[in-house]
Ligand binder design. Structure first.
Ligand SMILES: NC(=O)C1=CN([C@@H]2O[C@H](COP(=O)(O)OP(=O)(O)OC[C@H]3O[C@@H](n4cnc5c(N)ncnc54)[C@H](OP(=O)(O)O)[C@@H]3O)[C@@H](O)[C@H]2O)C=CC1
Ligand SMILES: CC(=O)N[C@@H](CCC(=O)OP(=O)(O)O)C(=O)O
Length: 346
């Protein structure tokens, strides 16, 4: 029997990406898609790419209707999922939050960065951080998954083999990251207008971005030691994609390590991480529309300096694709289902 799925916030960019992926999933049926603003309108009237694939209208969010689902995705702004999740879990409905409500374990840190009081702190402890390459077995058994942020996915996967094996100095790690404008969501904002973001390139939030504590939390757990990388995001005049350039210094003892072999072995059995041949330069367009993190490892000048290049589609491996990967695990389905698409060139 097909599993019943609900999506809260289905008119946003990650919501419609969930719909695009799930309509071709053989084991699930989308029964409830919400929008407050467009309740009553047909989904395929707003998104004609779904004509012939989905015969549904948006409804206003209601915990009662969502409780009829086996699993509900929240593709909503921060602070929405935390208000409904307990009710859904009590009804036996599993939850994946694409926002950050359940990502940060320290409630005081979360409240500082997200500027609101947490409505459901007890659930934060239970929530599993949904990075399958790190937490696969926990995700399989989870009722509640905190889907990682887009930048944290690219950065964490890029640094994981080095940190797991204790090969780098924990001070001085730099994550220099660039995102396309769809990372900011679909809501109207001046800085994502074509005339503002087009033909332009800039850094933002250098003094502090809320993804820094998320990256620091995951890497510190892995290292069993405090890690606090410098994280600098930039806005690129493209629609989809994140490119992370990650800088670290090999520790003196690790100078002889074969990093290409290390990364290839670490991700050999990961269907959604691709380690390119030595010397490669991954491109964001190679992962456009694909649930893939593609990376390459460099040691410029053969010094102790390591440079990892890591690219994802922010809406797929950085959001909806990773959420479907987590759903597959949580529902006991094959992890690949509905996720095997190559990137869209050109
Ligand atoms: N864009 C990206 O690349 C990524 C986004 N994320 C996170 O995923 C979440 C969704 O992002 P994105 O799709 O870009 O956002 P959008 O702004 O594009 O969409 C937000 C959606 O949420 C709905 N919504 C807004 N407020 C509420 C509310 N109070 N209750 C119920 N529904 C609400 C909106 O519809 P309506 O107002 O009609 O109800 C809309 O459908 C965010 O938390 C974002 O940070 C995570 C990783 C990557
Ligand atoms: C380009 C752009 O604006 N990107 C967003 C990424 C936010 C996002 O998607 O946030 P979560 O992953 O935490 O939900 C930003 O920097 O705020």
């Amino acid at each position: 029997m097909k599993r019943k799925i609900g999506i809260v916030g289905a008119t946003g960019y990650t919501g419609v990406e969930l719909l695009r992926l799930l309509v071709s999933h053989p084991d699930v049926e989308i029964i409830c898609v919400t929008s407050r603003e467009h309740a009553g309108s047909r989904v395929d009237a707003m998104f004609p790419n779904l004509r012939g694939y989905l015969d549904l209208a948006f409804t206003a969010p209601s915990d009662e209707a969502l409780s009829a689902c086996d699993l509900v995705f929240f593709a909503t702004p921060n602070g929405v999922a935390m208000k409904s999740t307990q009710t859904l879990l009590d009804a036996g409905t599993k939850v994946i939050d694409l926002a950050a409500d359940f990502r940060i374990k320290d409630i005081a840190v979360w409240e500082k960065w997200y500027g609101m009081q947490h409505a459901s702190p007890a659930l934060v402890e239970e929530a599993v951080y949904g990075l399958p390459e790190l937490n696969r077995e926990h995700i399989r058994n989870a009722r509640l998954v905190a889907n990682p942020g887009c930048y944290p996915t690219a950065v964490t996967l890029g640094l994981l083999p080095l940190v797991e094996n204790g090969l780098i100095d924990l001070e001085g790690i730099i994550a220099d990251t660039k995102s396309g404008v769809s990372g900011a969501g679909r809501k109207a904002e001046v800085h994502t207008l074509l005339a503002e973001a087009g033909d332009n390139f800039k850094a933002y939030a250098v003094a502090g971005h809320r993804h820094q504590p998320e990256i620091a939390q995951t890497l510190s757990i892995v290292a069993q030691n405090a890690i606090s990388p410098v994280f600098v995001p930039h806005l690129l005049p493209m629609i989809r994609g994140i490119h992370a350039t990650l800088y670290a210094m090999l520790s003196v003892d690790a100078e002889q390590a074969d990093l290409q072999q290390l990364y290839t072995a670490r991700y050999a059995n990961e269907p959604f991480v691709d380690v390119m041949p030595a010397g490669s330069h991954p491109e964001t367009r190679s992962v456009r529309g694909a649930n893939m993190c593609r990376m390459a490892i460099h040691r410029p000048g053969n010094t102790r300096r390591v440079v990892v290049l890591s690219v994802i589609d922010n809406l797929v491996k950085g959001a909806a694709g990773q959420a479907v990967q987590n759903m597959n695990l949580m529902l006991g389905l094959s992890e690949h289902t509905a996720l095997q698409h190559p990137g869209l060139l050109p």
